[in-house]
Ligand binder design. Sequence first.
Ligand SMILES: *[C@@H]1O[C@H](CO)[C@@H](O)[C@H](O)[C@H]1NC(C)=O
Ligand SMILES: *[C@@H]1O[C@H](CO)[C@@H](O)[C@H](O)[C@H]1NC(C)=O
Ligand SMILES: *[C@@H]1O[C@H](CO)[C@@H](O)[C@H](O)[C@H]1NC(C)=O
Ligand SMILES: *[C@@H]1O[C@H](CO)[C@@H](O)[C@H](O)[C@H]1NC(C)=O
Length: 385
Amino acid sequence: MKPRREGDEEEEELWANSPKKDSLLRLIKIVTGVVVFMAGTVLGLSWGVRFHRHISQTDIFFPTELYTKDCGKVNLKLKNFIEPCHLMHGMTDKELFWRASLVSKIKEHPFNRVPKVAFMFMTEGPLPFFPLWDKFFKGHQGLFTVYVHTYPGYTLKVPETSFFYDRQIPSEKTKWGSISLVDARKRLLANALLDLSNERFVLLSESCIPVFNFPTVYNYLIDSAYSFVQSYDENPIQGQGYYDSHMAPEINHSQWRKGTPWFEVQRSLAVNIVADNKYYSIFRKYCKTTCHSDDSYIPTYLNMLDGILNANRTVIWADWSMRGSHPATYGHEDITEGIIQSIRNNGTICRYNSKPSSVCFLFAMKFSPDALEPLLNLTSTVMKF
Ligand SMILES: *[C@@H]1O[C@H](CO)[C@@H](O)[C@H](O)[C@H]1NC(C)=O
Ligand SMILES: *[C@@H]1O[C@H](CO)[C@@H](O)[C@H](O)[C@H]1NC(C)=O
Ligand SMILES: *[C@@H]1O[C@H](CO)[C@@H](O)[C@H](O)[C@H]1NC(C)=O
Ligand SMILES: *[C@@H]1O[C@H](CO)[C@@H](O)[C@H](O)[C@H]1NC(C)=O
């Protein structure tokens, strides 16, 4: 304890009702007032600066980074608004989702709109199959766009000639089984929506490959009346639902759906997914641990609102015969003409635009990086690209 100085009490007593105390108090008040005022001014100014920078940098309608950076001389023209020439921007998810979900009420476009397929890749790091994809994309420029969500700070190592070059979007950390995987999907969709010509949106992983050539894939998707989001009532692999009754009454158990997290959606559904906050917040709050929101949120949400536009099946083939929580992985030794042929057509008949079709899968997973070389060997004979 601090030893009390003799006379302290005396001093206090003396000050109790002396004019000296009054003036000192007044002085303290003034000083405090000035300090508070200055702190307020500084805070206010810095907030104002931040607010100001925020608005002018992001612009929301016309983020400078998206539309002017590295775009050469042309900048704030309609052409650049239709198709941002740069993918990096400073928008937060909130700003991005708001911006990306804006839809014109006029259905006809004031420009010649050639619909494109947005290929959205989600990876922690490298994309081992980029040479295969590059071969797939080659010669079809103008009909597709590529977006890559990686681990934040990771720089994709691809040559400048690759279609993956400079196609990374602002990314955030993701964790298996957590809502951050839904956030990453919404972020990919939102960034791809900024290109007004993107009509179909495919989500793929780093272990996915195409099994048909580009024209087949493009026509299949562009001409489809339905989106391809796998959706079923319960998970036959896990054998139990992960529905949490707290989600009622907004989402009842009978409305709960599951499906593979790798999907394909048309533009109107992509907008709705990005725009949704109601169901998203319920999932964020109640879909935890054993409930994987990345394979239930989108199927459930579409089932509630846009089910009629969903084919309820996936176009991304995966081998679930191992009955684990992950599909089987195919490596170098497994790659044969036969396996790719059987993915292209294994005798299964599915429905395409309400008619029976033998082409059910356009892409396949999972393949390990060492499968690249034999796969490149099969492109011209089997995949026809
Ligand atoms: C869920 O079920 C309850 C009780 O049957 C009903 O009142 C509610 O409207 C349902 N919710 C939805 C979103 O259908
Ligand atoms: C998919 O399921 C929804 C219900 O969520 C249904 O309305 C729709 O007709 C189904 N789609 C097809 C193509 O059967
Ligand atoms: C074809 O592939 C699908 C999807 O993997 C599978 O469900 C089905 O059993 C396969 N059919 C045959 C005949 O192998
Ligand atoms: C590629 O194909 C050729 C000819 O069919 C074959 O001789 C060669 O072993 C194949 N290479 C790989 C890596 O599969």
